[in-house]
Design a protein around this ligand. Sequence first.
Ligand code: SF4
Ligand code: SF4
Length: 356
Amino acid sequence: MTLAQAVKAQAIRLGFDLAGITTPEPPPHWPVFQDWLSMGRHASMKYLEDPRRADPRLVMPDCKSILVLAARYPAPDPLPNPPPFRTTEMGEGRAGAGRVASYAWGRDYHLVLPEKLKSLVGFIQQETGAPVPYRIYTDTGPLLERDLAQRAGLGWIGKNTCLIHPELGSYFFLAELLLGIELEPDPPFSFDHCGTCTRCIEACPTGCILPDRTLDAHRCISYLTIENKGSIPSELRPLIGNWVFGCDICQAVCPWNQRPKPDPQPAFAPRAGVPAPDLTAELSLTPQQFNRKFSESPVQRARRRGYLRNVLVAIGNSGEAAAVPALERVADGEDALLAEHARWALEQINSGINHT
Ligand code: SF4
Ligand code: SF4
């Protein structure tokens, strides 16, 4: 067994579902990414402008190979033909439930995966008998990681911009180990299995999937509910449905995600009350309760204020008259951002009541 084979086998033993190796050459879609940035499609995500994304050797000059890894997270129910407000199995039939993107149902991958990567570095150093320069990334560094994953043979980049593996679909996290030793690279994944399919483009509630396999972040529900820290534009609020953190629709409709998959590693299993939270109850979460409920969860990224803002939009879209007293309390509160979203939700509910 070569060292490259032994390292990939060890990665699978550590719980990764896919492992591939590529070179540190510049990522092939860098020019597309640059155009995307120059058009401002990344909205307020300034960290994406880091020029080191052009070449992994700008991050690590002595990098000689890159190990790209994928770890699955839970797949929600497939959505063959979803109206935007349909709830998943976790919330179906329960009025007033929100939806959280499935990658955030369990423990934060930023906490889970680096430990495994460090263990893998230990294995490599044991095998080579010498210290090996390295850097680890889990969606944390200036790398075009889907490009690297495609070049390492893990899958193709779909029209929904996700990396898709023909057997495992697209519900997985990516992680990278940049190494100062040469490992034999895998052949790139060269086939595009999207073909003439356009299901993700048709299903996206905000129409933000662009023809060159990029997204207009300004309109993407994932951006609006997670990275965006300010107001959600009022014209987009009705399109958000009951998503309170992220959005799975363009993955849930993908034909490559329709096959049932084995359970992912336990760290990513859904925590009670997270996949389909009770919207009205969430409004009364104190900072302490929020931190307890979402301890070590990706939902922390939105912070309590962003999460409650999202909950208010989801309540407005749900038309839940029972939420009116709770909304009125927030509308009278001191936080101007939340108060404005609460007033919007009240208007939505009142206009719904007046129409019935
Ligand atoms: S995450 Fe949701 S809003 Fe964003 S592109 Fe996919 S379907 Fe559209
Ligand atoms: S839904 Fe269709 S077009 Fe979109 S990523 Fe999946 S296969 Fe590709």
